[in-house]
Design a protein around this ligand. Structure first.
Ligand SMILES: [Zn+2]
Length: 328
């Protein structure tokens, strides 16, 4: 794997390649983008390109087969450090180790590359230790901080890094990656990609949970059901998981089911559905609905997801949503 084999992220990669070409590689980068989007992967390809021993064919990219490239792929290169959270957060000892390592010149590579994942998840006293490393970066060193969100990073750290933004990948690209890279069939790849928020890592992470969600039952007994009695509302709210992340995933799936009902109502048979395996159920249910009622139900669900994400009481938010659904 090298830059040219990475799925998506052409702008960040072009920027890094340009820096190599123009000898303008800076000491500190901050890669910003959603969890699982591919920041670490690109950072490792950058480390390979900077240290590759065979640069004749393509000086801006790695060859992917020299000893340096192979060592980096296997996590065995002494000059490429990957620091990931131990448990929930980056620990102060890990940053101290980073500082010690930075005191030395590269052992065998051209540049020492330190990749620090979850830079937005550090205990409060740690960023100051990191700041010292960023203030006086040794020669031949590149520090790459990876973070989902710059809001949780000290301005003093932000100001010392060149930010590079990673945007969500288009759904068809995530779907293609799942099919070609991980062997998913077309229907499951499309479903996972649609729920991935443009992040291949998230698609892989949620695959098991998604498989366990009874989508057909959700559709027939809840999302696509026109008449909701109080008893049914009570039993549904009681049956949903209390753990917020699991509940949100079910609600996101419910949203895609409603979205498919809207599509079935408005477009040609079987066009552009996410749940292609449920096409017959979706088309049959769609005939019971008016488009405006479906859109209203979808809007209420969307608002409920926003409220639950913002820490609203889950039972109350769900009950309010279902009562609104019951009113039609
Ligand atoms: Zn190489």
């Amino acid at each position: 794997m090298s830059f040219k084999d990475v799925t998506g992220h052409s702008k960040p990669i072009a920027l890094l390649e340009r820096a190599i070409r123009n000898e303008k590689v800076v000491n500190s980068y901050l890669f910003l983008g959603n969890e699982g989007i591919g920041k670490k992967h690109v950072a490792l390809q950058f480390a390979k390109a900077l240290n590759c021993l065979e640069t004749m064919a393509d000086p801006e990219d790695s060859c992917d087969h020299c000893t340096s490239c192979k060592k980096i792929d296997h996590g065995l290169h002494p000059d490429v450090l990957l620091i990931e959270p131990e448990g929930q957060n980056i620990k102060v000892d890990q940053i101290r180790q980073l500082q010690r390592e930075l005191a030395y010149r590269p052992y065998e590579g051209k540049r020492r590359v330190c990749i620090l994942t979850a830079a937005d998840r550090m205990a409060p006293h740690i960023p100051n230790t990191l700041l010292k490393a960023l203030e006086e970066p040794p020669l031949h060193t590149v520090i790459i901080l990876l973070a989902n969100n710059s809001r949780f990073i000290l301005p003093t750290i932000l100001s010392r890094c060149q930010p590079i933004r990673f945007h969500p990948l288009p759904i068809p690209l995530v779907s293609k990656w799942l099919r070609e890279g991980s062997g998913f069939d077309e229907a499951e790849a499309h479903l996972l990609a649609s729920l991935s928020e443009g992040s291949p890592g998230k698609a892989l992470e949620i695959q098991e949970e998604i498989r366990q969600i009874p989508r057909e039952e959700l559709l027939k007994e809840w999302v696509g059901l026109k008449t909701l009695s109080f008893e049914r509302i009570g039993s549904w709210v009681g049956s949903l998981p209390s753990q917020r992340e699991n509940l949100l995933l079910i609600l996101e799936v419910a949203k895609t089911l409603l979205r498919d009902l809207v599509i079935a109502k408005t477009l040609k048979r079987g066009t552009n559905l996410i749940h292609t395996d449920l096409v017959q159920v979706i088309e049959a249910l769609a005939t019971n609905w008016s488009l405006s009622s479906l859109l209203k139900r979808m809007e209420t669900l969307h608002q409920t997801i926003i409220e639950i994400r913002a820490n609203a009481n889950t039972s109350l938010a769900l009950e309010a949503m279902m009562l609104s659904w019951a009113e039609g």
